[in-house]
Write a protein that binds this ligand. Structure first.
Ligand SMILES: Cc1ncc(COP(=O)(O)O)c(C=O)c1O
Length: 404
């Protein structure tokens, strides 16, 4: 990292940040002006809020989660607004959920690879992350059954508290799971909840960032009884990470434990940010902004995939997954190439002027073993031109490695 920072010409395809230039300055200004126009509404935003969050915002969040992208569906037990908790980003929600569900030594089953910060959150609460194999459609249900069977045989089934998925354009692979596959995961979680309840945590951080294809219904829809699926959402990728508004839609039994934890920590997430986001949604500024974000990121994704076809496809053993949205492209290089910090590729890539995230960081510590010949590329921050140049540099780096 130090070497990378010393070279300002280096093209970082590593950080999963949003594009600084697209941050919604004028939309935020407009929403703020509206909020501040009347002293009463400004004062309401400047006061403490409640632990679970600003009710009108929670209504909006629930509505958007259930119908975002035009999928409404048939609800046998439609979640209600009291199941929505607003948090300081979705990482806080994930942390609170784990604190509520997990005792030290418990197990969280994760798609392998998965969101690397979540692996840190699991470790932080003293739990074990166990990886389950994935393919180009996400976590493999049969592999999940196998993992549960192995844990049951070892007498550890009572330790399994949740299965973690990023169903839309996941971090790090860009994969979107089909509704059928998510439904199978939920069904498996319910069937194996014989000793302790196994929840499914569906982290929908990237759902709004779709550039191609149709939206897929939320995992909440697959949970007829409403007792298994936890959805985590956030405005960090679709509007602003600095405003720090995330949320969860929780099974009823989890509302009290999560809110008890939360109340002891923060008296509620920043009320001002919640009132601001309520205005942003109410005035239609969010939808307008997301439309323009999608146009910008679509061009960047297309630039990355176009450059990959041009520069990487001639290289033997190099493959990648084509995402329909999100911020990431997952790349596999020949098996003998170690992309990690002590491997052969990283130094050459930095010398050629490009930085990536080694794929091995994204694997849980147990279960499905890390694939050391993988890497994550992010197209959020750089311009289409720099993305193309970054991919060309990466291709040159791979090509320059001695072949065995
Ligand atoms: C999959 C996933 N979930 C959650 C988050 C956390 O976002 P925040 O805490 O800013 O809402 C991120 C951020 O990169 C992410 O990639």
């Amino acid at each position: 990292m130090a070497r990378a920072l010393a070279n300002p010409e280096l093209i970082s395809l590593a950080a999963g940040f949003v594009d600084q230039e697209t941050l919604p300055a004028s939309e935020t200004q407009q929403a703020f002006a509206e909020l501040a126009r009347e002293a009463a509404s400004a004062r309401a935003a400047l006061q403490y809020g409640t632990t679970s969050g600003f009710p009108p915002l929670r209504e909006q969040l629930l509505e958007r989660t259930l119908v975002a992208g035009g999928t409404s569906g048939n609800w046998s037990t439609r979640p209600s607004v009291d199941q929505v908790v607003v948090t300081a980003g979705s990482n806080q929600l994930l942390h609170l959920v784990l604190e509520s569900l997990v005792d030290p030594g418990d197990i969280i089953l994760c798609a392998a690879p998965t969101y690397l910060v979540f692996l840190g959150t699991v470790a932080n609460v003293g739990a074990r992350s166990v990886g389950v194999a994935t393919d180009e459609n996400g976590l493999i249900p049969d592999a999940l059954e196998d993992a549960l069977r192995r844990l049951a045989d070892a007498g550890d089934l009572h330790r399994v508290k949740a299965i973690y998925l990023v169903p839309y354009f996941d971090n790090p692979c860009g994969i979107t799971m089909s509704a059928e596959r998510v439904a199978r995961v939920v069904e498996i979680a319910k069937r194996w909840s014989t000793e302790k309840k196994i929840h499914v945590i569906a982290d929908e951080a990237y759902r709004e960032l779709r550039y191609h294809g149709e939206d897929v219904p939320t995992a909440l829809m697959m949970d007829e009884e409403g007792d298994t699926v936890i959805v985590a959402g956030t405005f960090s990728k679709s509007f602003s990470p600095g405003i720090r508004v995330g949320w969860g839609v929780l099974p009823r039994a989890l509302i009290a434990p999560v809110c008890a934890q939360k109340g002891n920590i923060d008296f509620g997430s920043p009320n001002f940010s919640q009132h601001l986001m309520h205005k942003v949604l109410d005035l239609g500024l969010f939808d307008r902004h997301v439309q323009s974000l999608r146009r910008g990121y679509r061009a960047k994704l297309d630039a990355m995939l176009g450059a990959a076809s041009e520069y990487l496809s001639p290289l033997p053993g190099v493959r990648w997954i084509q995402p329909e949205g999100g911020l990431y492209v997952w790349l596999q290089v020949p098996e003998e190439v170690d992309t990690g910090p002590r491997g052969t590729l990283v130094d050459v890539a930095i010398d050629k002027g490009v930085l990536y995230v080694p794929g091995q960081y994204c694997y849980p510590s147990e279960g499905q073993p890390a694939q050391n010949n993988t890497l994550r590329l992010s197209f959020g921050v750089q311009s289409p031109d720099r993305i193309r140049r970054g991919i060309r540099a990466l291709a040159e780096a791979i090509q320059s490695l001695p072949s065995d």
